[in-house]
Design a protein around this ligand. Structure first.
Ligand SMILES: [Fe+2]
Length: 199
């Protein structure tokens, strides 16, 4: 069965205090759609069209060599963006509560120190990529559309897209301003649910 573009749980203008309607619309309906389309094209006729996305990404080495890079880039793009939309909410921002809050405090000292460390990795990532928060609360900065599944690791709790397509229209080349604004729409409830599920 072909992969499809997921519907957003909010309107394109819902996160505009941090990310404009123009970026959200382009990012979802053009960039994410292109990953979905190219992934489907790569898998056509390879007998792998019924594999789940997580299976495909966790075992890239099992794929025929001629489609491996296309699945890595576009399957990664589809997986990463599908989660990214869920990690943001018009009612997002603030700080996590409960177990996740306590665990972040234990690992990083306090919530702000976690934000600072994550933001530093996101700002410092060379070129295009993502920064990931893992269930053990470690951070991972990976290039392009690579994600923890491709490293044989657990699914991430949270991730930030630092490709220029995610911010250039709003923030030009100042990635740090985008990152700072992004915290204001992070859906900590969604992240906490993933943390509970992973624990
Ligand atoms: Fe993106």
């Amino acid at each position: 069965m072909a992969f499809t573009l997921p519907t957003l749980g909010y309107g394109y203008d819902a996160l505009s205090r941090s990310i404009s309607q123009d970026i959200m619309q382009l990012h979802h309906s053009k960039h994410h759609q292109a990953y979905v389309d190219k992934l489907n094209t790569a898998l056509e006729g390879n007998g792998r069209a019924d594999d789940s996305l997580t299976d495909l990404l966790g075992k890239l080495e099992d794929l025929p060599e001629d489609i491996r890079t296309a699945v890595r880039n576009n399957g990664g793009g589809h997986y990463n963006h599908s989660l990214f939309w869920q990690w943001m909410s018009p009612s997002g921002g603030g700080e996590p509560t409960g177990d996740l809050s306590a665990a972040l405090g234990e690992k990083y000292g306090d919530f702000q120190s976690f934000v600072d460390e994550f933001s530093a990795q996101a700002t410092g990532l060379f070129g295009s990529g993502w920064v990931w928060l893992q269930p053990d609360l470690s951070l991972l900065a990976l290039p392009n559309q690579d994600n923890p599944l491709m490293q044989g690791l657990d699914a991430p709790l949270l991730g930030l897209d630092v490709w220029e397509h995610a911010y250039y229209l709003d923030y030009k080349n100042v990635r740090a301003d985008y990152i700072k604004a992004w915290w204001d729409v992070v859906d900590w409830q969604a992240v906490a649910e993933r943390y509970q599920h992973a624990s």
